[in-house]
Design a protein around this ligand. Structure first.
Ligand SMILES: Cc1cc2nc3c(=O)[nH]c(=O)nc-3n(C[C@H](O)[C@H](O)[C@H](O)COP(=O)(O)OP(=O)(O)OC[C@H]3O[C@@H](n4cnc5c(N)ncnc54)[C@H](O)[C@@H]3O)c2cc1C
Length: 463
């Protein structure tokens, strides 16, 4: 029994780990990864001797899948929670505490978002519960359009887009409401209602709880990657270029054209981003390939730096930047968010990271590293007064790093899953499906592994 997992990001690695648990020590499970390292968007590098995550850095605990996996792998002692430093947002030229009791910026209480809005903006938000009930049936709708209509554009630019930008590197106008905030749409109920009321129902008492919201790993995400990798044989630096049916199994061509190699497998899990999945499925599952083509991807960069000892960062976990924020001299900010890493997670040295770029801002990511550093340092000086040169730093570009959950996303996912369900011994999984965060990827990988393991068991029983 042999299974090939295409893609060695967290999804592929978790799929391999789950397959090992289901199929036992003798099953052949191979992860084929095009890059020369595992982890995909989980990447830990050394900066000034300190392990530093330059991709994903933390996972939410509301969906316990990632934290449970960490415990299951025996890594529980490495789980860390943020210090109690408050998050902030710069909106309308002022840096204020990030309003509490919002669902991705949709307020459960209009009064709490006043600090990020003008007087008129706050009045629009306060008036939302009295608007005619909002009903969302059938097709999805644009986050930006609906929220601007209900609450005014200012709330979208000052709060919703910075928060969504953090998750998807996306634009509110191009993201789907049901795709990105399904719980909010569900809470509207069939009869519809106000979004303020729906947000209050979704949040319940959650934001009043003292429980930590995020977890991270001491030593970085590499710790998780290394542990998961033990479950499978790993082929690095080998792109899968072709996937074909081969009797009731699969034939894969891997490696460069000069150095091609053919592998055979009884089952395949595809855990790659939409452009790669589209290419590999074009001949074998054309309907799925067509639907993958409808999932856009957004690019961004992370600039991580270590500052000299003695530099004092603000006592906050970081700052998000609202759309259109400018320096005092009128120049726009380059970063869309800063994490004050050493304040948020504790410990030394003094370190932070800046996120740069949203979908469509490709020009920004073409600027060279020194230029990006200069721009981000100017932002940092404007926001915090910190002007010290970093003792170590690195820019990590994530081209096509985040799938965009656009207005057509739910339909695309349904179409992919319907088409793949008809093909025995094939499963697809990853950040394109039901959440881009690590816990959602763990769930997606688990479901794919169970599907494939079920298929293999059936085949063995039938023989
Ligand atoms: C900068 C950044 C910060 C983030 N921060 C967080 C965070 O703090 N918390 C959080 O929960 N989530 C975060 N995310 C999201 C999360 O990290 C990703 O959605 C998740 O890691 C995706 O995992 P994946 O395995 O599905 O895909 P990927 O990590 O993209 O892995 C897919 C793998 O497939 C490989 N591949 C592609 N094509 C082929 C091929 N043809 N053959 C072989 N291999 C191939 C790729 O090289 C890659 O290694 C962040 C994302 C980014 C980009």
């Amino acid at each position: 029994m042999s299974t090939i997992v295409v893609g060695g990001g967290v999804t592929g690695l978790v799929a391999a780990y789950r397959l090992r648990a289901r199929l036992g020590p003798h099953a052949r499970i191979t992860v084929v990864e095009q890059a020369d390292r595992l982890g995909g968007k989980l990447r830990t590098v050394e900066l000034a001797g300190t392990p530093t995550d330059v991709g994903a850095e933390a996972f939410v605990l509301r969906n316990p899948a990632a934290a449970d996996l960490v415990a299951e792998l025996g890594l529980g002692e490495r789980l860390r929670h943020p210090e109690r430093a408050a998050a902030t947002i710069r909106a309308g030229g002022r840096t204020v505490a990030l309003p509490k009791r919002t669902f991705l910026g949709v307020p459960a209480d209009a009064d709490l978002v006043r600090p990020v809005l003008s007087r008129d903006g706050a009045e629009r938000v306060a008036a939302e519960p009295a608007l005619p009930p909002l009903e969302i049936h059938g097709d999805d709708v644009s986050v930006g359009e609906v929220l601007a209509h209900r609450f005014g554009r200012e709330l979208v630019d000052h709060l919703v887009e910075p928060l969504l930008g953090g998750v998807y590197a996306g634009r509110a106008d191009r993201l789907g409401l049901r795709a990105t905030m399904p719980a909010l749409v569900d809470a509207l109920g069939p009869a519809g209602g106000s979004l303020t009321g729906a947000a209050a129902r979704v949040l319940g008492d959650a934001t009043r709880s003292d429980k930590p919201v995020f977890g991270a790993l001491e030593g970085g995400m590499a710790v998780l990657v290394d542990e998961l990798a033990k479950a499978a044989d790993v082929r690095l630096g080998r792109p899968v270029r072709e996937l074909r049916r081969d009797g009731d199994g699969w034939r894969l061509v891997i490696g460069s054209t000069k150095d091609a190699e053919v592998l055979h497998a009884d089952a395949v899990v595809l855990a790659v981003p939409p452009p790669a999945a589209r290419k590999l499925l074009t001949d074998v599952v054309p309907a799925a390939a067509a639907a993958y083509a409808g999932i856009e991807v957004g690019s961004m960069a992370v600039l991580s730096m270590v500052l000299p000892d003695g530099v004092t960062l603000p006592d906050t976990s970081g700052v998000l930047l609202a759309v259109g924020e400018r320096h005092g001299d009128g120049t726009p900010f380059t970063a869309k968010a800063f994490t004050h890493t050493s304040v948020k997670w504790g410990g030394t040295p003094v370190r932070l990271r800046a996120s740069v770029g949203r979908v469509g801002e490709t020009g920004l990511l073409r600027r060279d590293d020194d230029d990006l550093l200069r721009a981000v340092r100017a932002d940092l000086a404007e926001l915090t007064g910190v002007t010290a040169a970093p003792v170590d730093w690195t820019v990590t570009r994530w081209g096509g790093g985040l799938p965009q959950y656009g207005v057509g996303h739910i339909a695309a996912v349904d179409a992919i899953e319907r088409a793949v369900a008809e093909v025995p011994g094939l499963a697809v999984a990853g950040a394109s499906f039901r959440g881009v965060g690590i816990p959602a990827c763990v769930d997606s990988a688990t479901a794919a592994a169970h599907r494939v393991a079920g298929h293999l068991r059936q085949r063995t029983d039938a023989k």
